[in-house]
Design a protein around this ligand. Sequence first.
Ligand code: UDP
Length: 327
Amino acid sequence: MHAFVTGGAGYIGSAMVHTLVQHEYEVTVLDNLSQGHRAAVHPDATFIEGDLRDRDLVDTVLRERDLDAIMHFASKSLVGESMEDPMLYLDQNVRCGVNLMHSAVEHGVDRFILSSTANLFGTPEEIPIDEDERVDPGSPYGESKRILERMLHWLDELDRLRFATLRYFNAAGAVSPDLGEDHDPETHLIPIVLEVAQGIREKMEIYGNDYDTPDGTCVRDFVHVKDLAQAHIRALEALDNGSRVYNLGNGDGYSVREVIDTARDVTGCEISAEVGPPRPGDPATLVASSAKIREELGWSPEYDTLEAILSSAWAWHQKHPNGYDEV
Ligand code: UDP
């Protein structure tokens, strides 16, 4: 099997490439390195530096390579940024997906896995969130993923391809001490907490403590990138039995305060945290029901505790305090 991974130099995409290589897939990566890192791409994968907005490039790659499946990770992915610059998301994320699907249909690459998001559910009515929850995106970012999900729905309906969309909650952890999370600027909770533990940041801010949750801080469902990658392999292998949509998380929620407290235990470091105002667009609680993927594909997370997730992330941060930038 030859898999084409867009965004394969990014945090989740590079974990996926690593796992595909371990499963003996042939892998081609396309990434524009706007957020990803060349050093994160597994050496056994073929790397193409390029942009999905370049329709001719995408078309050439899909025409010339004998691809069996597409895994589409390349995306702008920050809720807050999409609230400030909606067109960046509604244009770029959608255009990249359109170009990719166009070429996939034209060249008969008929297996498509889309990296989707819990932000599809804006403010959910039921927690844990299952696949029957009403889709009502909380931001232009979530909306861009909904548009791509709907396109895939029609391509399946009209027999052009089969797809799986995986809506993940909070991806976290590191594949190994040499393959982890490195964003610039960093906005995500766990890397920020660990940067404070390392002394790279003096302190952090807790975005609001007046939510309707047990300790007043937001509750999230953290799932290890390695477990996410395993779920993608299973979803891909199940496509011959039809298209599918899954919510993907650990099934347990942890508050921002619990993450900070557990990080203090794991690292043995003081982590100075102050309460600040809430961040616009943040729902109080996002926890997935992963019952469907567990039942249908037999997936279950190996890293199902916050300690295990934080420990793996901590090993990466300690070995690479400057991320992939070794200076
Ligand atoms: N958060 C925080 N301080 C930070 C970064 C994040 O309190 O410096 C909170 C954020 O408000 C959210 C949770 O941590 O409730 C997870 O945020 P993150 O950006 O990691 O992921 P998201 O849930 O937005 O995908």
